[in-house]
Design a protein around this ligand. Structure first.
Ligand code: G
Ligand code: G
Ligand code: MN
Ligand code: NA
Length: 254
């Protein structure tokens, strides 16, 4: 298709870039950022990944594109590592299920970490529950290999997918990410508040961290804090933006 050809050209011509959205700890200020892919199209301007990631997945381009994303995010980590004020920041990278189950995924991550010199302890991979539709034993093995290097895992869009509790217990995860659909109406919908509380309690009982996404108001943040969620991401703190926007946000939440 035309979009597919456009994506291949974009990768060749360097039209992709990463934006970063801050991740905030109530007690420690900014602790990292999620990398979010953008396509700077020569005519259309910034194109949302919601529009093209599914196409990149369908045509297999997500594999080389995913490798580019990982490398760019690791180079950013190295950049942050040069400054004492930012050296502790983590970067969270979205990995599509298709990319994760590619036979060379683990080697690819190892190669990118090695060639960029990024600290694996600062790299967090965001996986979605759709991953669990595949061979779970194999997924666990792959996660284990990367975790042995220090790489951490967050389960994105949590609560919207297929997780069974038995899988959750077995996956070597570090964090659950409460989906923004539960945060949006937190103050008006008692069901959402109950779901958020349940996810937080589940995370704590499994000894996992928990972060809420889509936090747009102080009231949402406070309600989340009252049920024990102390990490946040959302427009309240900052929209996805070039890395150069992060220091000012970090100073504001310090
Ligand atoms: O940031 P934004 O709202 O535009 O992201 C839209 C969707 O695209 C989200 O579901 C997000 O997870 C996905 N996405 C953003 N960046 C990446 C990326 O680097 N890799 C993958 N696989 N998906 C991404
Ligand atoms: O699927 P994933 O969770 O990776 O994608 C996150 C998406 O949520 C991105 O498209 C990002 O731009 C968007 N996003 C981030 N913060 C907020 C927020 O506070 N409100 C809303 N509505 N969307 C957000
Ligand atoms: Mn994500
Ligand atoms: Na999400």
């Amino acid at each position: 298709t035309a979009l597919e050809a456009g994506l291949r050209e974009a990768l060749r011509e360097g039209q992709f870039l990463l934006h970063y959205q801050p991740q905030i700890s109530r007690d420690q200020g900014m602790v990292g950022a999620e990398a979010l892919l953008r396509w700077e199209h020569p005519e259309r301007g910034l194109v949302s990944p919601a529009e093209f990631v599914p196409v990149a997945e369908a045509c297999g381009l997500i594999v080389p594109l995913g490798a580019w994303i990982l490398r760019a995010a690791c180079l950013q980590l190295v950049e942050w590592g040069r400054d004492a004020a930012t050296a502790h920041w983590t970067v969270a990278v979205n990995v599509s299920a298709l990319q994760f189950r590619h036979p060379h995924f683990v080697e690819e991550v190892v190669e990118v970490l090695h060639s960029t010199g990024a600290n694996p302890l600062r790299l967090k991979l965001e996986l979605t529950e759709s991953l669990l539709l595949d061979d779970v034993e194999d997924i666990i093995r792959r996660m284990g290999s990367l975790r042995a290097l220090g790489v951490r895992f967050s389960l994105d869009d949590f609560g919207t997918g297929y997780s069974s509790l038995s899988y959750l217990k077995r996956l070597p995860l570090d964090q659950l990410k409460i989906d923004q659909s539960f945060v949006r109406d937190l103050l008006s919908d008692p069901n959402d508040a109950a779901i958020a509380r349940t996810i937080v309690n589940l995370a704590h009982s499994l000894d996992l961290g928990v972060i809420a996404e889509g936090v747009e108001t102080p009231e949402q943040r406070d309600l989340l804090a009252s049920v024990g969620c102390l990490h946040y991401q959302g427009y309240l703190f900052g929209r996805p933006a070039p890395a150069s926007a992060l220091p000012r946000i970090a100073a504001q939440v310090a």
